[in-house]
Design a protein. Structure first.
Length: 542
């Protein structure tokens, strides 16, 4: 009996090992999701020192395919020409193959925080951030160097600095500091620039809206292509006071009415949870509608993307599954929360994604087919994490359909911390940028500390598309009662021991499979095409 039991166990484990060895995520195999190329840029010091809007790698791509990168840096060697003192803003222009066209450093003796870069039609770029310097390029700084000013810098197609200008105010009556921050900037239809952020100033550029009650409010500032202020307005919540700071982080112009979609945070450091703060502004920068969203615990906004119906997709992290945040909380201190909001500000869909050890989404891009690409990091090997490393954060790329079902995920990285913080979808190519501290796996080398990592994913080639067959797919994942599939003759579900549980055959190649008889947990799902190719992936049942 003992010998028979041992043989049975061996056979069982062999079947499981074989199944998991053959396991390849469905679309990873079908659509050859891998990097076309990767590049590393930086110096021997820290080139992307943080995770906030003002400390992470940011990217944009122009119509010609040129890539623009922006990151704070402490380096002054290798790829970084020099350092003006403290933390500078480092700008790179690259061709579509990732080869460097030019680099430029913007800074002065203090710290410059680089928040956003936008490609311009003339081949140059526009940079937004804030500065603690009052000399050199920042000599028009308002107040002392201890009071940050928002700044913009305009660079030509050849990398020359056309101008750098500071915006904000200074200390009022020795009591209220003139602290001003830019986090985003866009180019308006009239050719002017619109920068957004946060202000506490009551003087200079903010003097037109003087009030003792306006502490740390949102701030929009319209500026000409020459850097001159056209209009300034504070944006704040009805419940705003000195204990409830408001800040604007991201803005995009709407296609239908010329207005703007804006995301920020309504912060309650001493009262309750911080919330996602989302609004539409009209062309005069007045609020059309505004709402706050999130759980009752703590919420941090990270990314937004306009939707085809005039609304937006927002993402960030939440520390609890309650309030607006509903679903299965997967662990660690916070999970990623993704929500769709319609053109009136109504919450129409939402989802929790992640793993048990931590994750964040930093950027979202529409895929041109009512779906989305998302990028960030994940640390773990369960739920939405398909990797096998828990030694540090891994690069994380996802694709979702319009219902926020995950179509596929890609996870990779080296031994140390690797994080994607910016992304663009251009000519059926995903270009991702982030920070890496690794020098192994898909990261070829490291210049020291954190470097900038850039990669291109090309989806124009596909194993199955070359054969004239669309790749099989299924969704949602995680699932509850049903999964829907297409491109497959049959679909089967196995448990983790390799035991066959349920299946469905569809000669038409698409259909749905009931999961109601299965308990929550992790399974293996298998799809087979009419050509006999078999694809397997982990399936989570909630």
């Amino acid at each position: 009996m003992f010998a028979a039991h041992t043989i049975a166990e061996i056979m069982k484990q062999t079947a499981l090992t074989l199944l998991l060895t053959l396991f390849v995520p469905v679309l990873l195999m079908a659509q050859t999701i891998d990097t076309a190329w990767t590049k590393v840029y930086g110096g021997s010091a820290d080139d992307c020192p943080g995770f906030g809007y003002d400390s992470r790698v940011n990217m944009d791509v122009n119509d010609a395919g040129d890539i623009f990168l922006l990151t704070p840096t402490f380096s002054a060697d290798v790829d970084v020409a020099h350092n003006y003192g403290g933390k500078d803003a480092w700008v790179l222009k690259l061709n579509n193959a990732g080869d460097t066209i030019w680099t430029q450093v913007i800074g002065a003796s203090g710290n410059e925080y680089a928040s956003r870069i936008r490609a311009l039609d003339d081949g140059g770029c526009l940079i937004a951030g804030y500065s603690y310097s009052d000399d050199g390029m920042m000599s028009d700084h308002h107040g002392t160097a201890t009071e940050p000013d928002g700044f913009l810098a305009r660079l030509t197609a050849e990398g020359d600095t056309l101008w750098v200008k500071s915006y904000g105010g200074s200390t009022y009556m020795d009591a209220i500091p003139g602290n001003d921050f830019f986090y985003d900037v866009i180019v308006l239809d009239n050719g002017n620039y619109l920068a957004i952020g946060q202000t506490n100033s009551l003087t200079d550029d903010l003097a037109p809206e003087f009030s003792w009650d306006l502490f740390y409010t949102g701030w929009v500032c319209e500026i000409t292509p020459e850097g001159e202020v056209v209009d300034v307005k504070r944006i704040y919540r009805p419940d705003h006071d000195e204990n409830n700071p408001n800040v604007l982080f991201r803005i995009e112009q709407k296609d239908d009415n010329g207005g703007f979609l804006v995301m920020g945070e309504s912060q309650h450091p001493m009262q309750s949870a911080d919330k996602f703060w989302v609004m539409e502004l009209d062309t005069a920068y007045d609020k059309v509608w505004e709402y706050t969203y999130g759980s009752d615990v703590q919420n941090i906004s990270k990314a937004m993307c306009p939707t085809t119906n005039g609304g937006m997709l927002i993402s960030g992290t939440s520390q609890g599954a309650n309030g607006d945040v509903t679903g299965v909380f997967m662990g660690d201190m916070a999970d990623v929360w993704i929500a769709e909001i319609d053109n009136q500000g109504n919450l129409v869909n939402q989802k929790i994604i992640g793993c048990s050890q931590g994750e964040t989404i930093y950027d979202i891009q529409a895929d041109g087919n009512n779906g989305y690409y998302l990028s960030g990091f994940i640390r773990g090997n369960d739920y939405y994490a398909h990797g096998d490393t828990t030694t540090g954060a891994d690069f994380w790329l996802l694709r979702m359909n319009h219902e926020l079902d995950t179509i596929w995920t890609w996870q990779n990285g080296g031994t140390n911390s690797d994080i994607l913080t910016s992304m663009r979808y251009h000519n059926r190519q995903i270009i991702t940028a982030g920070r890496t501290a690794s020098n192994d796996s898909i990261i070829p080398y490291n210049h020291g500390s954190n470097d900038v990592w850039l990669a291109k994913f090309d989806f124009t080639s596909s194993i199955l598309t070359q054969k004239g067959e669309l790749p099989p797919k299924f969704y949602p994942n995680p699932a509850s009662d049903l999964v829907y599939f297409s491109g497959a003759q049959y679909i089967r579900v196995y448990d983790q021991n390799g035991r066959f549980l349920v299946h469905k055959f569809r000669g038409s190649g698409h259909g749905k499979l009931s999961l109601r008889q299965l308990t929550p947990g992790m399974y293996i799902i298998e799809l087979k095409t009419k050509n006999g190719e078999v694809f397997r992936e982990k399936l989570i049942i909630n």
